[in-house]
Design a binder for this molecule. Structure first.
Ligand code: SF4
Length: 413
């Protein structure tokens, strides 16, 4: 895979070489088992896949290039480039400004922009409406467009099934930048509706079967359907695509469910299913799949707790947290600074949507076993900081050099 030129301070002298070691040993990605860092009184199990993906590295490379190529110009990012506070903070410190927040609220009025400005499109892509606004100002929207090719792949898939007269059902978070962008592109080719989860897919099914009156649809799916959408007409042939960072099992569950609804509603024989339900397979990206599969494998190991690092508004990271929470105590943190002391950790509670402090998170027994991973937008340097902070609480821990040598020997054996 292409390698990108990103600032060294996002890399790690511990984590990045370990990833490379595992990658070289397993180029076909068949081994999803974690890497054990055995420090003696504390053992860290590092997931096989995590951290910066293709799309994120591509976006970071382009953003820093935009800064270095335009020292005298005002540089704007449409919104957070990726959902990571370290990366966004660093860009802000270099004078980059956000035009919108993650919910799409305007921070800098469009009227303030001139054709001399530089605007960077984030990895999630953007809506056609925003692209048109920028072009109307005279801005070049392609020059620093960091839209991930895996997001564009979803747009293409939506387009393809739209051309075959299917309605597009997008499984995604309705307010997430990527889903808003996908919705915007999809609606050009097909009637489009967004469902956020299985419960909403089940509600949508009631309009497919005609159990609920069409008028109620407009209220229930307010803001989630394309203009002119008619549930009586537009739910007779459907296909499902998804925001690239959803939980694979959730998307599969929704697609399987809606397929069954179509089969039962229209009494379809197996070879007739495609008449009503497009075969899209899931449109998750490779990084989401790899990270989720590596998390499942990580969770087959017994441990005292898990730490998941990443931005609190990162969709792919939140799903990894959800998977871990099902199995063991899990702390979702932005960086090692949230590990306050050996007895206190400040972490994000996904359900209350706020940071909370937990006491006595480290076990009293030794060895303590900790699962460690992060989302696709989190730098390796952040994971390194967390790892070193945890190990620092164990004065009798083996040295990092010894642990790294052991690992290198075990993988070259
Ligand atoms: S998570 Fe996937 S879709 Fe999103 S930026 Fe990374 S590679 Fe692209």
């Amino acid at each position: 895979m292409k390698s990108f030129n990103i600032p060294d301070y996002y890399r790690s002298t511990i984590v990045s070489p370990l990833k490379e070691l595992r990658r070289k040993r397993d180029k076909l990605k068949r081994d999803f088992s974690p890497t054990l860092l055995d420090f003696g009184p504390v053992q860290i199990l590092l997931a096989r896949h995590f951290g910066f993906c293709y799309g994120v590295e591509n976006a970071i490379e382009i953003a820093y290039k935009a800064i270095s190529e335009n020292p005298k110009k005002r540089i704007f990012l449409l919104s957070e480039m990726i959902h990571n506070p370290e990366v966004n903070g660093d860009l802000l410190s270099r004078g980059v400004r956000f035009l919108m927040d993650t919910a799409g609220r305007q921070l800098v009025p469009w009227e303030e922009l001139t054709q001399d400005d530089i605007v960077i499109i984030p990895a999630f892509g953007t809506t056609l409406e925003t692209q048109q606004k920028l072009s109307a100002i005279g801005l070049d929207v392609e020059r620093y467009n960091t839209t991930c090719p895996f997001v564009e792949k979803v747009w293409n898939k939506a387009n393809q099934i739209g051309q075959k007269a299917y309605t597009v059902v997008v499984h995604g978070k309705p307010t997430h930048e990527e889903t808003r962008a996908t919705f915007s592109h999809s609606k050009e080719a097909a009637p489009t509706v967004v469902v956020k989860d299985l419960a909403q897919a089940q509600r949508l099914a009631k309009y497919i079967t005609g159990e609920l009156p069409r008028e109620q649809f407009f209220q229930e799916f307010n803001g989630q359907y394309s203009e002119g959408f008619d549930p009586a007409r537009d739910l007779q042939r459907i296909g499902v695509v998804n925001q690239t960072t959803m939980l694979a099992s959730d998307t599969q569950g929704i697609a399987d469910y809606l397929k069954q609804v179509m089969i039962q509603t229209y009494t379809l024989l197996p070879d007739e299913v495609e008449r009503r339900f497009a075969n899209t397979r899931d449109t998750l990206c490779y990084a989401t799949n790899d990270n989720q599969d590596a998390t499942y494998e990580l969770l087959t190991n017994k441990a005292d707790f898990a730490i998941v690092a990443g931005g609190y508004n990162s969709s792919n990271t939140s799903h990894i947290v959800e998977l871990c929470e099902e199995k063991l105590p899990t702390y979702f943190i932005e960086s090692e600074q949230k590990i306050l002391t050996p007895t206190l950790i400040r972490h994000f509670d996904l359900h209350q949507r706020e940071e909370v402090v937990t006491e006595n998170y480290l076990p009293t027994h030794e060895p303590a076993t900790i699962l460690l991973t992060c989302g696709a937008s989190c730098p390796d340097a952040v994971v390194e900081g967390i790892l070193l902070k945890l190990v620092s609480f164990f004065p009798n821990a083996r040295s990092l050099a010894t642990v790294m040598t052991d690992i290198q020997q075990s993988y070259s054996a």
